[in-house]
Ligand binder design. Structure first.
Ligand SMILES: Nc1ncnc2c1ncn2[C@@H]1O[C@H](COP(=O)(O)OP(=O)(O)OP(=O)(O)O)[C@@H](O)[C@H]1O
Ligand SMILES: Nc1ncnc2c1ncn2[C@@H]1O[C@H](COP(=O)(O)OP(=O)(O)OP(=O)(O)O)[C@@H](O)[C@H]1O
Ligand SMILES: [Mg+2]
Ligand SMILES: [Mg+2]
Lengths: 227, 227
């Protein structure tokens, strides 16, 4: 499903170069549940953005279902982002002055889903993360953990086959975090692929594989048996 | 130091009322280290905003060092916010198109500190959270955990006697989170007061007292001996 080779990302800042990724190489099969861990600033979000087709590497190749993403035309990329991939951002990235309901409907609007169906699906996605009574609140009227859950609902509403979640429970109490993991495990059991950055060892246990990132490189690829 | 009585906060949304706080009452002595825990949406940030003099309650009283905060004139409130209190926001609230250095200098600019001294102090604050090599980066050029650490540095740079930290390690790996707790413990040993919202039991252990919040009320006030 995913085949990355020598992924490199360099940020140029005047005369200084920041080497965010220094040659990341690994493959992932469809239906895997992979946790990504590593120190703050080690390149996890940078890698996730490239895998989620939201950013381009400076060097290296990324094959998604056999297609080299760097060579794809823009409309094909947009289609993949909207239909195949669900992305939960580390900094949420909701439209601030817009209700939770509308934020979660947005991907369905892009996918051309009719008004009645998208209202229903957005509501159900919010209900699944415990926010049925917050659908009309704007981001400024929600708690930190509620904003995070709206971001999760938005990533799931198009029923994507690949879910990239960047620190999806960083602002959630233990119980809410466990509820999100239950949703992810259920989706994985149905055959969806989950790639999740987390800094909590407890949550990484749900994954059958952990990629340890340090200084822009895969330091260790840990595969585990059973759960 | 802190004496709150029947703190109430109601958000009016059209014909619906959200009772974020339903009568919170407790006291805290100078030099305490208190953790605040509770489910997502239970009112923790709302309470922190009131304690940090950033929001007004709908009802109830808040005495800070004997003064009833609701009765204070604006300039006195601004002075307290700038000199006495350091606040780490759950959603960071940095100026986005501004460097880490400048973001951390901002409270010192308000405090009237001279240019050379504030440059030095802002740099030292960033260095203490491991960001000496990121001082010129803007928020958009920093990782999630780095943004969080800039927010922490900004809260500490005025050397406040009371630190309110709302989920200060939600985006940090275990090691970076432990480094922040070491800073907080050091400040507490010097006599500063720390009030920290966290959802991680492991971190709440650093506190000698845990206020458990549920549905806008203090459900339990847990005091512990030793560490
Ligand atoms: N401006 C607002 N208008 C309406 N409701 C609001 C507003 N701000 C917050 N709320 C609601 O008040 C409740 C308490 O919010 P608060 O941010 O204090 O929760 P919290 O305990 O910090 O949660 P979390 O752990 O998710 O950060 C939430 O249910 C939220 O939806
Ligand atoms: N636009 C940019 N310009 C310059 N440097 C950048 C930019 N974006 C990110 N960086 C740097 O690249 C490095 C990797 O960032 P990244 O966001 O991938 O880290 P991360 O592993 O997700 O960290 P965290 O756990 O804190 O979220 C960081 O050191 C960061 O400062
Ligand atoms: Mg990140
Ligand atoms: Mg909060």
């Amino acid at each position: 499903l995913i085949d990355v080779r020598n992924l490199t990302k360099v940020y140029q800042m005047g005369d200084v170069e920041v080497n965010a990724l220094r040659g990341v190489t690994f493959t992932a099969e469809s239906g895997e549940f992979i946790a990504i861990m590593g120190p703050s600033g080690s390149g996890k979000s940078t890698m996730m953005d490239i895998l989620g087709c939201l950013a381009q590497p400076t060097d290296g190749e990324y094959y998604l279902e056999g297609e080299e993403v760097g060579q794809l035309p823009d409309n094909r990329l947009a289609e993949i982002r909207n239909r195949k991939i669900g992305f939960v951002f580390q900094t949420f990235n909701l439209l601030p002055r817009t209700s939770a309901q509308h934020n979660v409907e947005l991907p369905l609007i892009y996918a051309g889903v009719g008004r009645r169906e998208r209202k229903r699906r957005a509501f159900e996605a919010l209900e699944s993360v415990g926010l049925a009574d917050r659908v009309r609140h704007k981001s400024t009227e929600l708690s930190g953990g509620q904003i995070q859950r709206v971001a999760i609902a938005r990533a799931l509403v198009t029923e994507p086959s690949i879910i990239f979640a960047d620190e999806p429970t960083g602002n959630l109490d233990t119980k809410s975090g466990a509820e999100i993991m239950t949703i992810f495990r259920g989706l994985n059991e149905k055959g969806n692929t989950i790639i999740m950055v987390t800094h909590e060892l407890e949550l990484a246990r749900h994954a059958r594989r952990v990629l340890h990132i340090r200084d822009g490189l895969v330091e260790r690829d840990e595969r585990r048996n059973g759960t």
